[in-house]
Ligand binder design. Structure first.
Ligand code: HEC
Length: 172
């Protein structure tokens, strides 16, 4: 093959690759206007969280909580909101700027969470992040904390009872 042919082939492979990644990225349509930089927020999620939670917020049947279509239920009560920020991977995130982390978490609850975010839910603010991330949970308290907030969301916001599981349809 000529070197020009090889270059053309490499260029089209690159284009195809980029298109495939874009197709997998969750759309930004449902994020609130308060986000300083939604595209940055999505990129931060993919980089800091996507390795474990998946680019689209789902890794089932891996033993990880599914974020897609359900993480928004945790906006149901002030305590459950705080739980999201106090998660060790969130509170101790490498994203040290509080507005940037607020944007990341708003992308998580509104874009990945989709319809699960209650209609009147307020977006996270930098002040809220700054306050709550100082009270990071320990891994020993996580399970009980989650269970409590899940029951509140089921009772108070009509979250589906499958929120008790890590992902809908989980068995064992
Ligand atoms: C090393 C893997 C890993 C990384 C990185 C990670 N998480 Fe998690 N995440 C987990 C695990 C495991 C759990 C379940 C609770 C626990 O054991 O920490 C969890 C729980 C959660 C939950 C609670 C969901 C529920 O239904 O209770 C949310 C929200 C969350 N993570 C968001 C994030 C965000 C946002 C980031 C990036 C800033 C992130 N995680 C980074 C592994 C990870």
């Amino acid at each position: 093959m000529s070197s020009m042919g090889r270059r053309a082939l490499a260029a089209s492979a690159l284009l195809l690759g980029t298109a495939a990644v874009r197709a997998a990225l969750p759309p930004l349509g449902t994020v609130p206007d308060s986000l300083a930089d939604p595209v940055q927020a999505r990129a931060d999620y993919v980089e800091q969280c996507g390795g474990c939670h998946g680019v689209g917020g789902s890794t089932a049947p891996a033993r990880l909580p599914e974020l897609r279509g359900r993480v928004g239920w945790f906006l149901c009560t002030p305590q459950a909101r705080a739980y999201l920020i106090r998660l060790p991977n969130v509170a101790h995130s490498r994203v040290t700027d509080n507005q940037q982390l607020a944007d990341l978490m708003n992308f998580v609850v509104f874009a990945l969470g989709g319809d699960s975010a209650p209609r009147n839910a307020r977006p996270f603010t930098a002040d809220e992040i700054e306050r709550e991330r100082r009270h990071a949970l320990t891994s020993t308290s996580l399970k009980a904390e989650r269970a409590r907030h899940v029951e509140d969301a089921i009772r108070q916001c009509h979250a589906p009872t499958s929120l008790r599981l890590l992902y809908p349809g989980q068995s064992g």
